[in-house]
Design a protein around this ligand. Structure first.
Ligand code: SF4
Length: 682
């Protein structure tokens, strides 16, 4: 359901900055006394009160009483979505803990406030507006040294603008003064931060654990020296490290036809390319060690352990797989220790083993068996959120459901036809899939979920209609092996959005009308089938949000004006269907891009060529451009029938994607040969 746009508050062009009360001892007053009286008037007020188990509250000047002494470095960390989505986010939880472990650093969390709370904060009280606050100590975000935002999706950009405005921090980096926080973006969506370049001071690519400490050291030294050269010098010191991107230090030149001519540093000493950061040896960083336990209901209520980072399977659509290379496994012993510690400290009864493809861990069988043995008969259940399509996963799933809970099984063939799966380099044959689901049904599962994408490069209606054939074969096989009629298969479909740093970064995105038409055709074919229609569930989204995501994913700095226009018109929570307004985005784009010669189609449905300077080309994910281009050409050749498969470099020789030599990294996989010991009861 799309909300009526009048439901969301429009931002007055000149908002008064909130007042930040600073006491003589340099502590910063909590806004909670002002907030408390207003909490009964907003939805789910508990999300704003903080005090979760394992949360941390420190003195504002914690370094003064520390061994290290010197200045305190203060971070406000944000996941730019509501508390229920933001609190479970692993990235923010890890950084919160890593930073707070240092006695000279203070880190607090803040989340996006719902529109009702926003209204309350903007209306304020006799002291003026109530600023964006942290949930730990309710301190104003504007009082911190650094404001770090983690973006899993580009649809969080308008929430960032709202938080900046509520915090009283000027929206544009160039307007910020000496006392404003340094605004830093991270997370997967920050691998192309160009659409938000005007609003951030810096961006960090890659793993955050070490780089947030490096940033803190730079800030601490600069503060200890009494802030020489002001904000500009601090940003320069960050930029010259080569790991931190400061957009303001780069000029972008455009050709008359709208494409980028060049992106070049505009001052001496600033590197031409900014490199991503890769954390090696995950065993040395066993976080979260003190998982936050939410007070209000959240999207995940479990303790999650990341069992490895990176993926080298080479699925061409998958940005996460491409930008997190190479694979680095956590050892079975560390996984076991983290699970035991996390359950003990949080009281969670569900453990998720996270990664991009968890069944690929070299010792997943031993991990599953060891944990299932250890927690057999207890209330602790295990889950494996992402799995490949093969029979081995059924064995795993059986281990994981030993404690009685049998969650649904999800497989992601992604492409409906064998031809499409070759194009995307996801080599799942129909026979493999049918064999796997047959095993699942015969082991007692009654429901499987299949995930597909629509709008993939070179796709035709016929490719999409094969999703229906596949679903029918799955049901037929399930009925055959079980002799039952209550077998179900849910088909879930998402729209494909080409992403930066992938072989499909040059591809044309399918327009939303064509996407919707293909989905309609597929739905009709499923519905008309008397024998199977009732057994097949069908879940999909229309194509419009995908176009906005496409605009933001492959946009350049000119797209920043669109984001600002949308936010000024009341745009918030764009990842939520009830708040998202396609019309608002399109009207804002028309206005903001007028006179530039480019429009939404130019950014989304246009195929790019090899010579075009892409907006993120100066941001180094390690992937070699020629390798990416060659892989794109291989995809097009596969569409014509060529038999080209890129295998996983974990098991086959390196195929020179560029990452390891460029980043000085290597693949780290087991087996370690260890097993998990049962826990002794004390
Ligand atoms: S450089 Fe080689 S080993 Fe490293 S991720 Fe790329 S293909 Fe794999």
């Amino acid at each position: 359901m799309i909300a009526h746009r009048a439901n969301l508050p429009r931002i007055p062009p000149q908002c008064q900055p909130p007042q930040i009360e600073v006491f003589a001892d340099m502590s910063v007053a909590s806004v909670f006394p002002r907030l408390e009286a207003k909490l009964p008037s907003v939805q789910k007020p508990i999300q704003y009160v903080g005090g979760e188990l394992n949360s941390v509250v420190k003195d504002w000047d914690c370094a003064a009483s520390s061994e290290a002494g010197g200045p305190t470095v203060r971070w406000a960390l944000m996941y730019p979505d509501a508390y229920e989505v933001g609190l479970p986010n692993q990235g923010v939880q890890i950084l919160y803990e890593v930073l707070n472990e240092r006695d000279w650093i203070l880190a607090e969390r803040t989340y996006s406030v719902w529109p009702d709370m926003e209204q309350v904060m903007r209306t304020g009280d006799e002291q003026g507006r109530i600023p964006q606050f942290t949930v730990d100590s309710h301190r104003p975000v504007g009082a911190f040294d650094l404001f770090g935002l983690s973006f899993s999706t580009e649809l969080g950009y308008t929430n960032m603008l709202n938080a900046l405005d509520l915090a009283g921090i000027p929206l544009h980096a160039v307007d910020r003064g000496e006392d404003d926080p340094v605004v830093i973006a991270g997370g997967h969506a920050a691998f192309n931060p160009e659409p938000i370049a005007d609003f951030i001071d810096a961006a960090v690519l890659g793993d955050g654990e070490e780089v947030v400490l490096a940033i803190s050291e730079v800030v601490r030294e600069w503060k200890a020296e009494d802030r020489p050269g002001g904000r500009d010098e601090l940003l320069r010191r960050l930029a010259v490290t080569g790991n931190i991107y400061v957009p303001h230090f780069y000029d972008v030149a455009y050709a008359p036809d709208g494409v980028i001519e060049a992106v070049v540093p505009n001052r001496p000493g600033i590197p031409f390319r900014v490199r991503k950061h890769t954390l090696m040896d995950l065993d040395q960083w066993p976080y979260p060690a003190n998982p936050l336990v939410p007070l209000a209901e959240t999207v995940h209520e479990r303790f999650s352990v990341e069992i490895f980072r990176g993926c080298t399977r080479g699925c061409r659509f998958c940005q996460a797989g491409m930008i997190t290379r190479p694979v680095r496994e956590r050892s079975i012993k560390t996984i076991g220790d983290m699970v035991e510690n996390g359950i003990r400290k949080s009281g969670f009864e569900e453990v998720g083993l996270l990664s991009l493809s968890s069944a690929d861990h070299t010792e997943i069988g031993d991990v599953a068996k060891g944990l299932a043995d250890r927690y057999e008969g207890s209330n602790v259940s295990l889950s494996l959120p992402s799995t490949r399509v093969d029979a081995f996963n059924i064995t795993l799933a059986n281990e994981f459901s030993r404690n009685g809970r049998r969650s649904g099984l999800t497989f992601a063939p992604e492409g409906g036809s064998e031809r499409m799966r070759k194009v995307i380099n996801k080599m799942v044959s129909e026979e493999d899939l049918i064999r796997t689901v047959a095993t699942a049904y015969s082991h007692g599962w009654r429901q499987v979920k299949l995930y597909f994408m629509v709008g993939l490069p070179t796709e035709t209606d016929e490719d999409v209609l094969q999703v229906a054939d596949l679903a029918k074969r799955v049901i037929a096989k399930g009925r055959e092996v079980t002799g039952r009629n209550d077998i179900r298969c849910t088909v879930s479909i998402g729209g494909f959005v080409p992403k930066p740093h992938t072989p499909f970064q040059w591809a044309a995105q399918l327009d939303h009308e064509a996407t919707d038409e293909r989905l309609r055709l597929l739905r009709e074919v499923v519905r008309q089938d008397k024998k199977y229609a009732r057994a097949i569930g069908f879940r999909y989204h229309d194509g419009k949000p995908g176009i906005v995501e496409g605009l933001l994913s492959r946009g350049d700095r000119r797209v920043g004006r669109v984001i600002e226009e949308v936010w000024r018109d009341g745009g918030r929570f764009d990842g939520w269907s009830e708040h998202f307004s396609y019309d608002r985005w399109m009207e804002s784009a028309d206005k903001a891009l007028a006179g530039t010669g480019v429009d939404v189609d130019w950014y989304t449905t246009r195929e790019r060529g090899y010579d075009e300077v892409l907006p993120w080309e100066h941001l180094d994910s390690g992937l070699d451009k020629d390798w990416l281009w060659g892989d794109w050409e291989d995809a097009l050749a596969a569409a014509e029938g060529a038999d080209i498969e890129i295998e996983d470099c974990r098991w086959t020789p390196c195929y020179d994607c560029g990452v390891c030599p460029e980043m000085g990294t290597e693949i780290q996989v087991g087996p370690t040969g260890q097993t998990l010991l049962p826990l002794s009861v004390v």
